[in-house]
Design a protein around this ligand. Sequence first.
Ligand SMILES: *[C@@H]1O[C@H](CO)[C@@H](O)[C@H](O)[C@H]1NC(C)=O
Ligand SMILES: *[C@@H]1O[C@H](CO)[C@@H](O)[C@H](O)[C@H]1NC(C)=O
Ligand SMILES: *[C@@H]1O[C@H](CO)[C@@H](O)[C@H](O)[C@H]1NC(C)=O
Ligand SMILES: *[C@@H]1O[C@H](CO)[C@@H](O)[C@H](O)[C@H]1NC(C)=O
Ligand SMILES: *[C@@H]1O[C@H](CO)[C@@H](O)[C@H](O)[C@H]1NC(C)=O
Length: 371
Amino acid sequence: MACSLKISSWKLLIVFLLASNSQHDDLYYADAKPQVPCFFIFGDSIADNGNNNNLNTTIKINYLPYGIDFPEGATGRFTNGRTPMDFLAEFMGFDHYIPPFATANGSDILEGVNYASGGAGIRNESGQFGGDRMSMNRQLENHKTTVSRIIKMLGNREQAMEYLSKCIYAVAIGGNDYFNNYFIPIIYPTNAQFTPSQYATVLNQQFSQQLKTLHKYGARKVAVYGQDMPRCTLFLKSICAFNTASCMAYMTNAITLFNDGLKPMVAGLSHSLPDANFIYINYTGIMTSIFNSQGFNKNINFPCCQVTGTGNIFPLNCNRHGYVCRNRSQYAFFDAVHPTEAVYELQTRRTYRAESPTDSYPFDIEHLAKL
Ligand SMILES: *[C@@H]1O[C@H](CO)[C@@H](O)[C@H](O)[C@H]1NC(C)=O
Ligand SMILES: *[C@@H]1O[C@H](CO)[C@@H](O)[C@H](O)[C@H]1NC(C)=O
Ligand SMILES: *[C@@H]1O[C@H](CO)[C@@H](O)[C@H](O)[C@H]1NC(C)=O
Ligand SMILES: *[C@@H]1O[C@H](CO)[C@@H](O)[C@H](O)[C@H]1NC(C)=O
Ligand SMILES: *[C@@H]1O[C@H](CO)[C@@H](O)[C@H](O)[C@H]1NC(C)=O
């Protein structure tokens, strides 16, 4: 996949190839047609591909070594190479990655937009300690803008809704409602206001409302990601004050309550909303399996890049132009929070095509795309 090409240049290339009666039928894009016409992405740093670059925030990583293995370099992706959403676009047959809302324009938006923003949460206040970010509510407002543009392009609302019903929507958000909110009681009040069980319920309800709004804007095929558990030792040491084992158990329990609510939530949405197909991605189940089977568990103590150094305001991110490991595909984590491209690729293979009945519910993204 010639992933680094922008859509517009890719279209020109197609025209050129067709006009020159090219013999290059090995080129995937000569007859490539994605399984769905469009792919819209909502989420946090797992999915962000540049939306934070022009925001006033410390959660901004458009500098090397981020992107060291990405053709365009440091674009604002929170890993060394491709994100799960980049891999998903590839697996669904797109010839390009979905552009960030911050820079997508013109007819690009017909093939999808990425609204994800590092630090963002289901709740408005999540991540505010780091600075500005596009919360899930703001991402939905941006999508509303996109939808009205698409209505103008396609001529009327009915046609736009028909078109938008064919797209895949991926929503990967909720981690910052814990790691950049509930688990930092010094800064955020939620931990004192809610028990873990109450908080999971509140989050599930807010999330459910947001997914209903997405459905109102025409979404019919929606993949909802669960949250992963903390795994990187360095991260645990930085977030846990004393006993890392009991701290980890506390966090795992709280996040599990949130994840456990998602499965019935997607089933309820699919049942109650017209023509809706919501699926649940068992993100942590897939990650645990990959870490155990691929030897990444041996490699969770240190991330690939250097994360502590002068000038690093947020000592979980890579130091600007700091040391970076060479054998990146052997590391589980690129910085103290975000997995390497190698892990993301294995993880996304299984979200796209399930390898175990517990990977996704009631079916995988490949199935969702084909509906
Ligand atoms: C950026 O955010 C910081 C902290 O919230 C604030 O002090 C500063 O004035 C902001 N800068 C701009 C240009 O808005
Ligand atoms: C729109 O996108 C094209 C191609 O991606 C780019 O060259 C152009 O600068 C963009 N325009 C704006 C206003 O962002
Ligand atoms: C959250 O932010 C949205 C705008 O993005 C706003 O409409 C809404 O009122 C806010 N909710 C709360 C509880 O502050
Ligand atoms: C997620 O996967 C794990 C491991 O396969 C499994 O134990 C767990 O029950 C699954 N969770 C859900 C909600 O299906
Ligand atoms: C990466 O390579 C270095 C040097 O060869 C080695 O010491 C290190 O253990 C390797 N790291 C991993 C995660 O395999």
